[in-house]
Design a protein around this ligand. Structure first.
Ligand code: RTP
Ligand code: MG
Length: 142
């Protein structure tokens, strides 16, 4: 299996709940390494650009409102099979459907305030990492 990189965002609800460390611990315990990280208040423009694929969806405005409602922690995770592994650790988009023990089952309130984002494919991961980080801001650790 290949070493991959994926973009993770700890969303405003989880930052407000003060569970940044608990969420990062899940990644570390699963063997993923943080290779870039920053806390940031997203502008509407940044959130809209990041979620551009959902621009025509009915929930787009709510999504942008939520993602700009407070600071987020943006990280690059590196490890074997990191993209799928991160999605498995996160659990389903709707926390009511998320498997027990997943981040969303344990920390998310609703489909809107769902604690974390994770890239959903290799192409998304490449775009999303470059959206937030310059190449020199990502520190290889493997
Ligand atoms: P994310 O991109 O944030 O990691 O979440 P995801 O892949 O699990 O879900 P996605 O389909 O990409 O949707 C992005 C975010 O939009 C909100 N959403 N609301 N009301 C709805 O039907 C609905 N569907 C999606 C969620 O907050 C989701 O995380
Ligand atoms: Mg998504």
């Amino acid at each position: 299996m290949a070493v991959e990189r994926t973009l993770s965002i700890i969303k405003p609800d989880a930052v407000a709940k003060n569970v940044i460390g608990e969420i990062i611990a899940r990644f570390e315990k699963a063997g993923l390494r943080v290779v870039a990280a920053k806390m940031q208040q997203l502008s509407r423009e940044q959130a809209e650009g990041f979620y551009a694929e959902h621009k025509e969806r009915p929930f787009f405005k709510d999504l942008v409102d939520f993602m700009t409602s407070g600071p987020v922690v943006v990280q690059v995770l590196e490890g074997e099979n990191a993209i799928v592994q991160n999605r498995e650790l996160m659990g389903a988009t709707n926390p009511k459907e998320a498997a027990p023990g997943t981040i969303r089952a344990d920390f998310a309130e609703s489909i809107d305030a769902n604690a974390v984002h994770g890239s959903d494919s290799a192409a998304s991961a490449e775009r999303e990492v470059a959206y937030f980080f310059a190449a020199e801001e990502v520190c290889a650790r493997s």
